[in-house]
Design a protein around this ligand. Structure first.
Ligand SMILES: [Zn+2]
Length: 301
């Protein structure tokens, strides 16, 4: 016989009870714990109006926030992975791909678009975190490489917005090879004297950080973004030391010389445009001088 017995029922959990507030109307900010109206957040590019916490945004919203009038031409929207390793973890990769494509309406974790940023022609590749953690498999690698090739053909600058957990493990070594492929394409871009601006958002980790995300002529991060190669827990276990406060966040990386700038999302477009003009880009509506060629021409006398 037990000495103690529960005579009364425990208090019922409220977690499963339906909320009377309609889903998605309000959101609690993880930065300041304030309740924010979702429409206010939308108007503010998903940045908390009270504490400037940056919520994660989709690739499409990212392109909308960068291109003039929110308009762009999408490239290679139909490239999909074909599960080359016939990989299965908790479920077959093929099923995971199919359900993610249905859920997100995208074919893989990146959108490549061309359009204008403050009247400057540019190529932008934006990664989508909700597509298997924004992981880089063969399709992401191929689309980013082709985006760089468009930039080369048209002599336009490229901006790559990273938001990724790293290489896609379900594609094994094939996904790791994308690091080399994209980096090689970027070195051709460099030889052609065309600018590449890397924008690192929360999170940018693993093989993406270890390849193109850190290769920008200008590496810009959003505030408080997690940027690193291995996760903090893995590092602590390996070196058996406690990591310093704010480790692997944008501010820490800027202080240690790994980044050039931290820019609030609401100022990102103007900052990119200013940087591109500094690097020699000119509005196409003015004079048709290609980007990067301006430093070879003689100044007007
Ligand atoms: Zn906040």
């Amino acid at each position: 016989m037990a000495w103690f017995k529960k005579t009364r029922k425990p208090i019922e959990s409220t977690a499963d009870k339906p909320s009377r507030v309609p889903e998605g109307l309000w959101v609690k900010c993880p930065g300041c714990s304030q309740i924010i109206y979702n429409k206010d957040l939308d108007k503010n590019l998903q940045v908390c109006p009270k504490c400037s916490h940056h919520f994660r945004i989709s690739a499409a919203d990212r392109l909308r926030s960068l291109f003039d009038d929110g308009e762009w031409t999408e490239h290679f929207p139909n490239l999909t992975s074909n599960d080359p390793l016939k990989f299965t973890d908790t479920k077959p990769y093929r099923d995971r791909l199919r359900s993610t494509i249905e859920k997100t309406g995208m074919s893989d974790a990146v959108i490549v678009g061309t359009g204008r940023i403050d009247d400057l022609d540019a190529v932008v590749a934006a990664m989508e975190y909700s597509f298997i953690g924004g992981s880089m498999g063969v399709v992401v690698g191929e689309k980013i490489t082709r985006a760089i090739e468009i930039a080369l053909d048209r002599r336009q600058p490229i901006i790559i917005v990273s938001c990724s957990g790293g290489a896609r493990m379900m594609e094994g070594a094939l996904s790791l090879m994308q690091m080399a492929k994209v980096s090689a394409a970027l070195s051709r871009l460099d030889r052609a004297r065309l600018p590449f601006i890397s924008v690192l958002t929360d999170p940018t980790t693993g093989g993406v950080t270890a390849s193109f995300a850190m290769l920008g002529d200008l590496n810009i991060a959003e505030p408080k973004a997690l940027i690193g190669f291995a996760g903090p827990r893995v590092i602590e276990q390996t070196i058996r030391q406690k990591l310093p406060e704010g480790f692997q966040r944008s501010e820490f990386l800027l202080e240690h010389g790994m980044l050039d700038l931290i820019v609030d999302r609401r100022d990102l477009k103007t900052t990119i445009a200013r940087a591109l003009r500094f690097m020699g880009a000119q509005s196409t509506s003015a004079v048709p001088v290609p980007v990067g060629a301006s430093n070879t021409s003689e100044p007007p006398r």
